[in-house]
Design a protein around this ligand. Sequence first.
Ligand code: HEC
Length: 233
Amino acid sequence: MRRAFGTVDTLLLVGGAALLAWGGLYVGRYSGRFDANEFDEIPHGPAPKVVAVAADPNAVVLKAGLAVYNKTCVNCHMADGNGRPEAPYNIPPLAGSDWILAESPNRIARIAMHGLKDPVKVKDVMYQGGVMNPQGQSADNPTGLTNEEIANVLSYVRNSWGNKASIVTLAQVEAVSKEVGKRSENWTVEELMKVPMTGAATTSAAITPDQLKAALKALPAAELEAVLKDVKK
Ligand code: HEC
């Protein structure tokens, strides 16, 4: 049985054509030129690097630290971290050094910032006659290392040549910097031995006799007398 080409068929034809046209326009507008980067579930291009970096932030710190090491320390402490022990250099090693491997970076942060003078014992060998100049940024050394660069390079030397110790954070270096304040003298080993080595960051120093004296002097006479009476009890 044949049926005439009716209104319903016409509507279907026109409607179908309209849908096709809309679909074509839609694909044309939103296809991103069928670029694989637009549609791949696993994106190509620079994205994977970002993912890798986020997965291992320590790798980024160590890489940045290596760059600082090669810029600032390598000429003296050498690429293998063994220093130049022979005269006239007398430069101690960082590889296997107890200074480097200590739990806290409190002392090595000071050495990196302000330098070191006088003899120093590393791996049971006494190094004499060498002086390490300050490497940190200061009014005297405006092109010196920033706290962040120091954190990165210390992280690097604590995790190279077989060394294994915690990453040094910017907060740790900033805490040391704040605690020391302005300083233009190189450290001596004797001074550094007094810096506490346990705990993540330097704890605030105990009040010194001079600070105590100043605080007492600032008290009104009556209160000072009361304090002294209390102490004598
Ligand atoms: C100009 C040469 C020189 C440069 C540059 C230098 N150092 Fe030193 N460093 C020395 C000498 C010399 C000593 C030993 C000083 C002493 O005898 O008191 C030393 C000692 C040290 C020590 C303590 C002893 C040890 O071997 O563990 C550390 C830690 C250290 N340096 C780290 C660094 C880092 C990190 C850098 C780069 C930011 C650096 N140094 C740059 C020459 C240098």
